[in-house]
Design a protein around this ligand. Structure first.
Ligand code: ADP
Ligand code: MG
Length: 338
């Protein structure tokens, strides 16, 4: 199968909204008056972001999901994406499920594939997404104000827990491994929540590198600090409720420490961390309903810079949690965040 047959078979679809899709030198997108285009790129590299034997369907899903998550964090509605793909070989038994995973998620968000590039080489997937947002209404990292509540959507840390099991650092019972692996391999971008938060949140980011790291970006760009309640955060690990399942491997204290590390610094979650004024608590709850995902309030923004962790009694908890940095040393290689 040649390059053009491959594109034709697996990636060319009739366009619905774009003025021109796959097949010419450029795709053409119509820009609506009063709207701004939101653009983001994320690359997935084999051995760095995924295991070589990962299921191609889930890889296609994840490659787009991590990009849609960036649009969600900005409150942008997905429109279209491009796909730059380096492949060691053109095998239909790999390309068919890969394109299906990719295009199933694309269809679910009415986001069309309008172009890309295909080349032979080590497996590498680079997607650029285009979304739209009413001018001036995008959610930014820079809007958090002292006194604002801090929230996070869904659950956190399960992807990192799965990674630890897949790297052989811990063992998980099969049902727990399957559930956490699902979170790692098929994250759900919180697009509807992002849209619902447009007029509500003061700042937002998606959690790709770990909660504290991504919240840290909001703090830095908003020139504020924060206090985060670790006793609330711990329960964001969906697997936390099942300590009995890992009995024998960890005592209660070790399990709590692992849960906290997964939640605060795991990464690869693709949930939204956001801030909103205390006066908007009802609106945040309504946005969560509209986004069909629970949100948890886990702290507040302070005028004083720095990030403080506290326990349920408000006593300080030591912050030993570094978030992911591709160029910093860390114990894991594959499966890290985008
Ligand atoms: P050019 O040489 O002008 O860059 P190509 O020959 O690389 O164009 O690609 C032909 C057409 O196929 C272009 O419209 C391009 O956007 C599209 N395309 C190439 N690879 C992909 C891909 N992996 N997914 C979607 N469209 C692709
Ligand atoms: Mg080309």
């Amino acid at each position: 199968m040649g390059e053009f047959e491959l594109i034709e078979r697996f990636f060319k679809r009739p366009v619905r909204h774009a003025a021109l899709g796959v097949g010419d030198d450029c795709a053409l997108l119509n820009s609506a008056p009063g709207m701004q285009m939101a653009v983001s790129t994320d690359m997935l590299v084999q051995g760095r972001h995924f295991f070589p034997d990962v299921d191609p369907y889930t890889l296609g899903h994840k490659a787009l999901a991590v990009n849609l998550s960036d649009l969600a964090a900005c409150g942008a509605r997905p429109l279209a994406f491009t796909l730059a793909l380096a492949l060691p070989e053109a095998r239909s038994d790999w390309l068919e499920p890969f394109s299906r995973g990719l295009l199933d998620l694309a269809d679910a968000h009415d986001c069309e594939l309008i172009g890309g590039d295909t080349t032979q080489g080590p497996l590498n997937i680079c997607i650029t997404v285009f979304g739209e947002v009413p001018a001036g209404q995008a959610l930014l990292r820079s809007g958090a104000q002292p006194g604002d509540d801090i929230y996070v959507s869904g659950s956190l840390g399960d992807a990192y827990l799965a990674l630890q099991a897949m790297l052989g650092h811990i063992t998980l019972p099969p049902t727990l491994l399957a559930a956490t692996r699902q979170r790692m391999e098929q994250p759900t971008p919180r697009v509807a929540l992002g849209l619902a938060l447009r007029a509500v949140a003061s700042a937002a980011a998606d959690v790709s590198d770990g909660l504290l790291g991504d919240l840290g970006h909001i703090l830095k760009q908003s020139s504020v600090g924060a206090t985060v309640d670790t006793s609330v955060a711990m329960h964001l690990l969906a697997a936390y409720a099942d300590p009995a399942d890992v009995n024998g491997q960890f005592d209660q204290e070790q399990w709590m420490a692992l849960a906290l590390r997964c939640v605060l610094a795991g990464g690869d979650d693709y949930e939204l961390v956001f801030t909103a004024p205390v006066s908007r608590r009802k609106d945040v709850a309504a946005a969560a309903l509209q986004g069909d995902v629970p949100v948890t309030r886990l702290g507040r923004i302070d005028a004083a810079p720095g990030l403080r962790l506290v326990n349920a009694d408000g006593a300080a908890v030591e912050n030993r949690f570094a978030s992911f940095d591709h160029f910093a040393e860390r114990e894991t290689v594959a499966g890290c965040s985008a």
